[in-house]
Design a protein around this ligand. Structure first.
Ligand code: CU
Length: 378
């Protein structure tokens, strides 16, 4: 089977699923370095570039990184191990997740424009399905998807140049119906490509952030039994036919910020302090979302994560397009609990598209005060 099969029709791909499950480990092997069947016109010259290992971390954290790059371009080495595992979406409700590095969402990768990201993608023998990765930040080969398809027991190394600045989605895209199925089982994450000289406002004035949070918004389509109870399955593939029926309704059963219900609320809330500027990165692979910070604003908003364009200033809500990641910076001016959600309030409150930021500091009565506490109407 050749990589071109990635492009075949969804139905045919579904029918081929059993074949893919037993595909030989060498079926996708190609050592030419580029896309099979095409001559190399531009050779990479990365000799002499320093190599830096980036330790990926679990969301909402970002890996350690510089906001302004020191020195020239680097090769950023990252390693992701794919893990198929059952996760509890809410108490008593389970789903076989397909994960990059064991977490939903997958970890965020950070680089600067001109750097090279070199990913080792590992699909251990303990998994049951082929997986790959499509980086929206990259150029060519279906975002790298054609060059990274690995069967259980295989690993692959992909290097791509960060030529676009911004925040970008990545996701698994193994072909046909497998694409949305893997995505709505957790296989997505984001890449942050910063300008080498850092972020700027619309006047070109440098913007710094004191901390950053990374929020993955998932949409799940979990099947129920005849009694309306969510079904539990013995392995990842067992739910496929049922999942397809729910997915085709386009009506998610859960839309959690952070991969599971309450992953970023209450005791799991994000924390910041008054006076701090916080960078938020938020992706949605499959649907649109309407970011809004209750009690605050988007001071600087890159709605499409497009750092080469000036940010919008002072927004109340904006649109996160399906298949994208957006970014905004807000400087917290008051202490208290802030709610960051999708301002489809049904999706936020009933389906999980919600998170909390707890902010410490001193209250500013000039910005707001309760002039009179609640009292009986006289
Ligand atoms: Cu996958």
């Amino acid at each position: 089977m050749k990589k071109h099969t990635l492009l075949i029709a969804p139905l045919a791909m579904s029918l081929m699923l059993p074949l893919m499950l037993v595909g030989s480990a060498s079926a996708f092997a190609y050592s030419g370095g580029g896309l099979e069947g095409y001559e190399v016109g531009v050779k990479a010259d990365i000799s002499g570039l320093p190599r830096v290992k980036q330790e990926l971390v679990v969301a909402p954290a970002l890996p350690k990184h510089e906001q302004t790059a020191t020195g020239g371009p680097k090769i950023i080495e990252v390693r992701m191990v794919i893990e198929e595992k059952e996760i509890e979406i809410e108490p008593g409700v389970f789903m076989w997740a397909m994960t990059f590095n064991g977490s939903v969402p997958g970890p965020i990768i950070v680089a600067h424009e001109g750097d090279y990201i070199e990913l080792t993608l590992v699909n251990p023998e303990t998994n049951s399905l082929p997986h790959n990765i499509d980086f929206h930040a990259s150029t060519g080969a279906l975002g790298g998807g054609s060059l990274t398809l690995v069967n259980p027991g295989e690993e692959v190394v992909l290097r791509f140049k960060a030529t676009r600045v911004g925040t970008f989605l990545y996701h698994c895209a193994p072909g046909g119906a497998m694409i949305p199925w893997h995505v709505v089982h957790g296989m997505n994450g984001a890449v942050l490509i910063l300008p080498r000289d850092g972020l700027k406002d619309s006047d070109g004035t440098p913007l710094r952030y004191d901390r950053a949070f990374y929020i993955g918004e998932l949409d799940y389509y979990l099947p129920k039994d005849a009694n309306g109870k969510y079904k539990r399955y013995p392995n990842p593939i067992a739910s496929f036919a049922d999942d397809m029926e729910v997915m085709k309704t386009l009506t998610p059963t859960h839309i959690p910020f952070g991969g599971t219900m309450g992953a970023l609320t209450g005791d799991n809330a994000m924390h910041a302090n008054v006076g701090e500027s916080v960078l938020f990165i938020h992706f949605q692979a499959n649907r649109q979302s309407f970011p809004h910070l209750i009690g605050g604003h988007g001071d600087y908003v890159w709605e499409r994560g497009n750092f080469n364009d000036p940010p919008a200033h002072g927004l109340e809500s904006w649109v996160l397009a399906a298949g994208s990641a957006s970014a905004f910076i807000y400087k917290f001016r008051q202490p208290g609990v802030y709610v960051y959600l999708s301002h489809n309030l049904i999706e936020a409150v009933l389906l999980g598209a919600i998170s909390h930021v707890i902010v410490d500091g001193e209250w500013n009565n000039d910005l707001m005060e309760q002039v009179s506490a609640p009292r009986k109407i006289e």
